[in-house]
Design a protein around this ligand. Structure first.
Ligand code: AMP
Length: 284
């Protein structure tokens, strides 16, 4: 595995690969790698000849008071994990390198970003889309792999690719979970034992709603109530939202049909967690 820290070096490495007509996949991450990230690498491996993983904690997508400073950073461990899983090129730039040319220009995320995570974290998606667009321009991948875990992010990246005409295929990888259902997240390290237990309410709430949906219930408000009841019944969990939405614009739906999404966000202790299911699809 090549470990690259500058944009110029990465462009040189990938230019040689492209010259040999090799397909390039990009897996963007903020590091603190877990099995979810590494499953994206497996998916990328199947889709391309060269797997590039970016590892960059992007200050633009954190608001003041969020966890930018304390976000887990374990470069050496990440490097070993990425290499063991078959990453070909690890791109781990500094903030200075990434924003050397300035940080004024932003991608405006639009209406799909105004709801849910965007409402809870104003400016977050502008930061995400700006760094993703930069990574797309730097790496020029044929395919980019993202996790369903961050479903609104995936939706917005799909719009970014379509509306800014990036010639990039988007691959969406189902959420990887612990055996007890908790979605893997770099932020799970913030949870103490009691929080960790309480955090299971998110996946249990989604599963309860899915069970009702599979039994034939299609009224979104009812499914939402089922999930809300599980969250409300778990001490230590403060619900932010349960949303039953369409997969294109994240707009609330009245009826939950195959392809609809149930997304949840809740605070467990001082940690904000998100999770979702895609109804009627594998990975739900
Ligand atoms: P992050 O490092 O949190 O920015 O995540 C990098 C990529 O990994 C994003 O595309 C995430 O959606 C994806 N990801 C994070 N957690 C999981 C998970 N549990 N399963 C699958 N993909 C994930």
């Amino acid at each position: 595995m090549q470990h690259v820290t500058t944009i110029a070096e990465l462009r040189a490495v990938l230019g040689r690969e492209r010259h040999q007509a090799r397909r390039i996949a990009l897996v963007p991450t903020m590091g603190a790698l877990h099995e979810g990230h590494l499953t994206l690498v497996d998916d990328a491996r199947l889709r391309a000849d060269v797997v590039v993983m970016s590892l960059f904690v992007n200050p633009l997508q954190f608001r003041p008071g969020e966890d930018f400073e304390k976000y887990p950073r374990h470069l050496e461990a990440d490097r070993a994990r990425a290499e063991a899983r078959g990453v070909d090129v690890l791109f781990a730039p500094t903030v200075e390198e990434m924003y050397r040319a300035g940080g004024e220009i932003r991608i405006v995320a639009g209406e799909t970003a105004s709801r849910w995570e965007g409402a809870a974290r104003p400016g977050h998606f502008e930061g995400v889309l700006t760094v993703v667009a930069k990574l797309f321009n730097i790496v020029q991948p044929d395919v980019a792999c993202f996790g369903q875990k961050d479903i609104q992010q995936v939706t917005l990246v799909r719009h970014l690719i379509a509306q800014l005409d990036f010639p990039i295929e988007l691959a969406v990888v189902p959420t990887v979970r612990e055996a007890d259902g908790l979605a893997l997240s770099s932020r799970n390290v913030y949870l103490n034992a009691a929080d960790r237990h309480a955090a299971l309410a998110l996946s249990r709430a989604l599963q309860a709603a899915v069970t009702r949906w599979e039994a034939g219930e299609r009224t979104a408000a009812t499914l939402r109530d089922v999930a809300l009841a599980v969250l409300a019944g778990t001490s230590g969990v403060v619900t932010d939202y349960v949303a039953v939405v369409d997969g294109m614009r994240m707009l609330p739906v009245d009826r939950a049909e195959p392809g609809s999404i149930i997304a949840v966000a809740a605070r467990v202790g001082s940690t904000r967690l998100i999770d979702n299911v895609l109804l009627g699809r594998r990975g739900a």
